[in-house]
Design a protein around this ligand. Sequence first.
Ligand SMILES: Nc1ncnc2c1ncn2[C@@H]1O[C@H](COP(=O)(O)OP(=O)(O)OP(=O)(O)O)[C@@H](O)[C@H]1O
Ligand SMILES: [Mg+2]
Length: 250
Amino acid sequence: MSALVSEVGTRTAVAAANLVKVYGKGDTAVRALDGVSVAFEAGKFTAIMGPSGSGKSTMMHCLAGLDNVDGGAVQIGGTEITSLGDKDLTKLRRDRIGFVFQAFNLLPTLSAEANILLGLELAGRKPDRQWFDTIVDVLGLRDRLRHKPTELSGGQQQRVACARALVAKPDVVFADEPTGNLDSRSGAEVLDFLRMSVRKLGQTVIMVTHDPVAASYADRVVLMADGHLAGEIDNPTADSVLSALKHLGA
Ligand SMILES: Nc1ncnc2c1ncn2[C@@H]1O[C@H](COP(=O)(O)OP(=O)(O)OP(=O)(O)O)[C@@H](O)[C@H]1O
Ligand SMILES: [Mg+2]
């Protein structure tokens, strides 16, 4: 019975069907995505892994509408984004997607608080102050809100980026190597937060990472190789991820 209930409760946050992405033309063309079909369940933390050049970032950019595709379709929260015009796509990205990048991408002239709220402001939306407070407290940023990015450590800057990604309550947060520039302790804090945002706040997170330990924070790992899906692991551990990657020759 409980299995049935959880099955009924399952929602797909992001889905891709037969995604194709080709860079360049003729002899030098690279099929970075060669017919990828994959679905990401809402309220789950998924890590995307695979060798360098396997198409992880390309897939994430196509899923998030940051890059256009050469074939196939992407749906976010039931909306097919691959057929949207630029204006609608920009709006959808702003309203329904949060991003965390390896390089933090904070605006240097703005305080931490202003960085967190910038997206909402640009969208003309009022922040939910209670939600803002929850995120800021969970991330331990309360006494850093007036600081500029250069006055923050790397880990703190990435926590600001996480707060910025979550404050608009997006359908999905995409993170590309969010711990790539952090020492292991700051990285663990960011990963703890991403996992907590899934478990406690119901967020959906899709993260690209090279690090088997980072991937072990996820509920599921999707493996890529040569622009294809090459398998998946439920409830991954660092060891199970490492051995799967070894089989892929990563
Ligand atoms: N803008 C581009 N122009 C041409 N080729 C590209 C471009 N971006 C990516 N590629 C190629 O597409 C393939 C997939 O690249 P992608 O960046 O998605 O890999 P990745 O799995 O994210 O790798 P990494 O782990 O090194 O970040 C690679 O062969 C890459 O060289
Ligand atoms: Mg990449």
